[in-house]
Write a protein that binds this ligand. Structure first.
Ligand SMILES: [Zn+2]
Ligand SMILES: [Zn+2]
Length: 333
């Protein structure tokens, strides 16, 4: 275990993450949590130069936000980026999504340069997963993105994008027709409302959506990314779901939510058991799904939560490697 922890702590550029992940194979898991430590709400110093050039190969995940609805200043809203072959694919858009991307960019993840963010996948339309959506639509455009944002998500995504465009209509008009002379294209959103199955494919990734069980939400999705011979499965928000087990089925990385008991919130137990997955239940899911690495994110507990305790609860059933993600962690399968 000591070797693994040594491997995952550090301050590496993305190329080094991918390269040095080979050093971590002693446990059968090529994994690095590197770069970047805790995100800060204010981000890195403005104008700080990136520490590395874009990685031209490989796949890794950058956790842009690992928080939940509670406004914990050390954890932004749920959002991550799968970076494959130097291109970033954002999943969910919690608070701070673009500033966190800028923070990762300043630390060397060139794919997360804000103006390069032009494709995203929403798991569902809960506010904590979409509060950063206007940020993702507008900020990269304000900074110079000229192409529309391609946005994949469940039914309702188009309506949300339309409403946001309407809400920011005055801003868009002033930026296009005022002295900023912004493009007439970069603020646009091309929405694809998706059904389970392969929803996107290019030369870097294949993305497959699957349905999960998130309380009374009519549609909530998880996504599987296949890239560079690796498989990364993202649960989205869900109670224990067989679809997650099937989507992973021995995948390289399973990224899953979890909750643990929270003092004083017992009255919410019906909500949690219908909408979310307890740590013990996640252990059961992971034991069936058999990921080579389980990463817990978007977990309920905040400052009260002891990550070691959370991992211990999961490992009652799942005996593979488990880590708890922090904001701006970079993990390579
Ligand atoms: Zn949710
Ligand atoms: Zn959520």
């Amino acid at each position: 275990m000591q070797r693994l922890l040594t491997c995952i702590r550090g301050n590496l550029a993305p190329e080094e993450i991918v390269k040095n992940s080979l050093l971590c194979c002693v446990m059968g898991v090529a994994m690095l949590r590197a770069a970047v430590g805790l995100g800060s709400p204010s981000g890195p110093p403005q104008g700080a130069p990136p520490q590395a050039q874009p990685s031209s190969h490989g796949v890794f995940v950058v956790f842009l936000g690992t928080g939940m609805p509670r406004p914990d200043p050390t954890r932004q809203g749920p959002s991550l980026a799968v970076v494959a072959n130097g291109k970033a694919y954002v999943v969910d858009a919690g608070t701070g999504v673009v500033r966190q991307a800028a923070g990762a960019y300043a630390r060397g993840v060139s794919a997360l340069q804000p103006t390069h963010l032009d494709i995203a996948f929403l798991t569902h339309l809960h506010s904590d997963h979409t509060l950063g959506l206007p940020d993702l639509i507008l900020t990269p455009w304000v900074m110079g993105r000229s192409v529309p944002l391609r946005l994949y998500g469940p039914t309702g995504t188009q309506a949300m994008a339309n409403h946001l465009e309407q809400a920011y209509g005055e801003d868009i008009d002033v930026r296009i027709h005022g002295l900023e002379h912004n493009t007439t294209t970069g603020h646009q959103v091309v929405v694809h409302e998706v059904q389970p199955g392969v929803v996107y494919q290019d030369e870097n990734v294949k993305v497959t959506a699957f349905t999960v069980q998130h309380g009374s939400w009519k549609e909530a999705l998880g996504y599987r990314f296949d890239a560079d011979g690796k498989s990364i499965v993202i649960s989205g928000d869900t109670r224990p779901a067989e679809s997650v087990v099937q989507a992973c089925n021995g995948c390289d990385v399973l990224i899953h939510e979890a909750y643990t008991e929270i003092p004083g919130e017992a009255d919410k137990s019906a909500y949690f058991s219908s909408f979310h997955t307890s740590a013990e239940e996640l252990g059961d899911i992971a034991a069936q799904a058999k990921p080579k690495l389980l990463i817990i994110t978007h977990y309920v507990g905040g400052a009260k939560l002891n990550p070691a305790q959370l991992i211990q609860q999961v490992q009652q059933k799942f005996h593979g490697p488990v880590v708890v993600a922090n904001d701006l962690d970079v993990i390579a399968p």
